[in-house]
Design a protein around this ligand. Structure first.
Ligand SMILES: *Cc1c(COP(=O)(O)O)cnc(C)c1O
Length: 376
């Protein structure tokens, strides 16, 4: 039976809808902004995409066109949402411009060469492709680097982009707290607004989208420091996991248990906690450390590094301690388990973002979509 297949990832659609509703409401009430629901951590799952739209997202976004394509196909059965835009988050690869124009209404961009190719592909497909120019305000991932002073590099890219026949420049965006861990603040958002204003002087029409970033912007919405004018956000982790991504604390108003990972006990034995013999590197070239807790009850679960980033898992039972993992085995100290365990029982975990990404991507992990009322 499918529901018995392990390991598995259980996705509670009601909780995701609830989180989405809260966050889209927050963005709307605080600064009148719309939210694109980001589906990449669940490989563009149409089930999740749909509840994000039901929760009030004004569009969907993913880093891969393959995921957007899946959503696009599913959307043909959702007439009420069909007109909403799909946005590609990762800067398009020059070799994939045709697929990008076919699947995405909007893409985020920073390269002149790629913009030219996108325009060409859009012409061949007889479409107008919308683009948002990304600016790097310090985090050092994607975007045109903006030094203090005159943003001449951005302005000349804008001028060039305006000459492309099949591209429409609709906005400007930035991404923070990704590579550099730069925390969004009012000064950074005001720089973004000023750049938007400078672009509007050149293009002579108002920009539709001033995209103030990912989940790391949510704390600014909560504390009221987000300036008006920032009118779009791209939210993934805060919706899916209910986390403040600046410090990984719980976001008030959201659920943290929409995603549950379950794995089955395949061995349950009592063993010492220190390896016996001379120790060198483990199977992954790491010099592991061992804590001597004496003789312990240890479970081996059918879940491994092929499926998950194991240190991103938090056991639901606080008595369970994750000891380590190899490709296919997860070792858990269950001596202090709140309930007695047997071989064949499941142990439950809440994944962090990295663990969720891997679980969703692993073909060995069964995905179950449930409603809170369903029996888990
Ligand atoms: C992944 C991604 C997001 C969403 O980030 P979260 O922290 O999950 O909200 C937003 N923008 C871009 C460009 C991304 O790549």
């Amino acid at each position: 039976m499918m529901s018995d297949y392990t390991p598995s990832l259980t996705v509670d659609l009601d909780k995701i809808r609830q989180n989405t509703r809260y966050l889209t409401g927050l963005a709307r009430e605080r600064v009148g902004a719309g939210v694109f629901g980001v589906t990449k951590a669940l490989s563009g799952s149409p089930e999740v995409a749909r509840v994000m739209l039901e929760g009030g997202c004004c569009g969907l976004a993913d880093s891969r066109f393959e995921n957007l394509r899946k959503i696009r196909v599913a959307m043909t059965d959702w007439p009420e949402f069909q007109a909403l835009p799909l946005m590609l988050l990762r800067i398009p690869a020059p070799s994939q411009v045709r697929q990008v124009v076919e699947t995405a209404d909007i893409s985020l961009n920073s390269e002149w060469k790629t913009l030219q190719l996108l325009s060409q592909a859009a012409g061949e497909l007889r479409r107008i492709h919308q683009i948002v120019l990304m600016v790097d305000l310090g985090d050092l991932r994607e975007g045109i680097w903006i030094d203090t002073g005159n943003p001449s590099n951005l302005i000349s890219l804008v001028r060039n982009t305006l000459t492309l026949p099949n591209i429409k420049l609709i906005g400007i965006g930035t991404n923070l707290a990704c590579y550099g861990g730069v925390i969004p603040d009012r000064a950074i958002m005001e720089r973004l607004l000023k750049l938007a204003f400078q672009i509007e002087q050149v293009c002579d029409y108002p920009l539709e989208m001033i995209s103030g970033g990912n989940s790391s912007a949510v704390p600014m919405l909560l504390d009221g420091s987000m300036p008006k004018g920032i009118n779009s956000f791209r939210l993934g982790e805060s919706i899916l996991l209910g986390k403040n991504v600046i410090d990984r604390s719980d976001l008030p108003g959201t659920r943290q248990d929409a995603m549950i990972c379950r794995a089955e006990i395949i061995e349950l034995q009592t063993k010492p906690s220190m390896p016996r013999g001379v120790t060198g590197q483990n199977a992954f070239g790491e010099q592991a450390r061992y804590i001597d807790r004496g003789i312990r009850q240890r479970a081996i679960l059918a879940l491994g590094r092929q499926d998950v980033v194991f240190d991103g898992l938090t056991p639901l039972d606080p008595g369970h301690i994750i000891l380590g993992a190899s490709s296919d085995h997860l070792l858990v100290d269950v001596s202090d388990s709140r309930t007695p365990l047997r071989v064949g029982d499941r142990i439950l975990f809440i994944p962090n973002y990295g663990a969720l990404l891997a679980l969703a991507t692993s073909p060995y992990v069964a995905k179950h979509y449930v409603s809170s009322d369903d029996d888990r």
